[in-house]
Ligand binder design. Sequence first.
Ligand code: COA
Length: 359
Amino acid sequence: MNAQPTSSLDRAPQVNVSSYIRGTGMSVPDRVIPNSYFESYLETNDQWIRERTGIIERRWAEPTMSMSDLALPACERAIASAGLTAADIDGIVVATVTPDYVFPSTACVLQKKLGIRGSLAFDVNAVCSGFVYALVTAEGLVRSGAATNMLVVGADMFSRLIDPNDRTTAILFGDGAGAMVLSAAGESNTAPTGGPRVPVIGSPRTTRGIYGSQLHADGSHGDLLCVPGGTAAPVTPESLRDNKHYLTMNGREIFKLAVRGLAEVSDSLLKRHGMEVGDVDHYISHQANARILTAVAKQLGLPVEKLALNVEKYGNTSAARVPLLLAECVSTGRVQQGDLVLISAFGAGLTWGAVLVRM
Ligand SMILES: CC(C)(COP(=O)(O)OP(=O)(O)OC[C@H]1O[C@@H](n2cnc3c(N)ncnc32)[C@H](O)[C@@H]1OP(=O)(O)O)[C@@H](O)C(=O)NCCC(=O)NCCS
């Protein structure tokens, strides 16, 4: 006699998996900037920053450090934790809006620093959602057979973009990098033959890998969070003089749209896979403000103990936020192999998205 289904995971359809998270790593600069730093020259205070954002401190890189300098240790740690060497990596995608150069891409710079040649390498720009966009792109490349071990990096240095004299933004952002190795799953882990890989079909209770994803964007709200400096708004001596080259943000609007976007995309992705929020072991979401995350958890009906948080230590590190948090949770043992993780992110563009993965 068949056992009665006991949870939505027993009723959920089988999953179709082409890749799994094989290793993770993170790196942050040494220099700690506590809230008291801003008290010394801005009209703000530690209590306001803690209560309104949840942030206690963030890391800022020294001016001599480049994005790739900061990201390299995260990449090396991810590759080592995957049990691989750099020579095994055949694809690199870096999510960043603070690259070393306009071009070449930071992915190409990192490829050189890792001592690899020939692998595909490129950057993506989806700001704070960048890592989720990069992960979905990497998943597609592995599924198509174009790569077997993708290095997926989220790295940003927003200390270079903020106006240090704007108390509404200067306090929010930090620098950091996170990386992950995404490898071909199971039997499909063979050399590409020129065609798509054969995916692993398995139980949503036990099969490791990326189950699915959703990505969204709404360019009509691009002005809510923006950094000028491109062909539409070139940096000129006048714009520099008037501090018009810094990041600008409508925090209150972004706050509302972030709560709605994160809650909707998370709920929709779970439903698409026949799952419920109770099936999720950990919610790893973009960390911009602790109040955004508690509001999202409330809307989803997610118990707070499933909500991973480290915004208090690093602030908003943009594209690095999700992989930095995931790598830290793996290294502390909070996230274990076999756990179901719901990843989500929201950022300028506007962009947002989610990925459902069993570690
Ligand atoms: C920026 C943010 C922390 C502001 O918090 P808030 O509760 O929305 O605060 P408000 O913008 O409504 O401002 C309230 C008051 O605090 C003031 N204030 C803003 N920053 C301050 C600071 N650092 N210290 C003290 N007061 C501050 C404002 O000037 C305003 O004063 P007023 O009432 O006299 O006009 C919040 O809106 C936020 O986190 N937004 C989302 C940011 C984000 O996610 N960005 C990245 C997206 S990827």
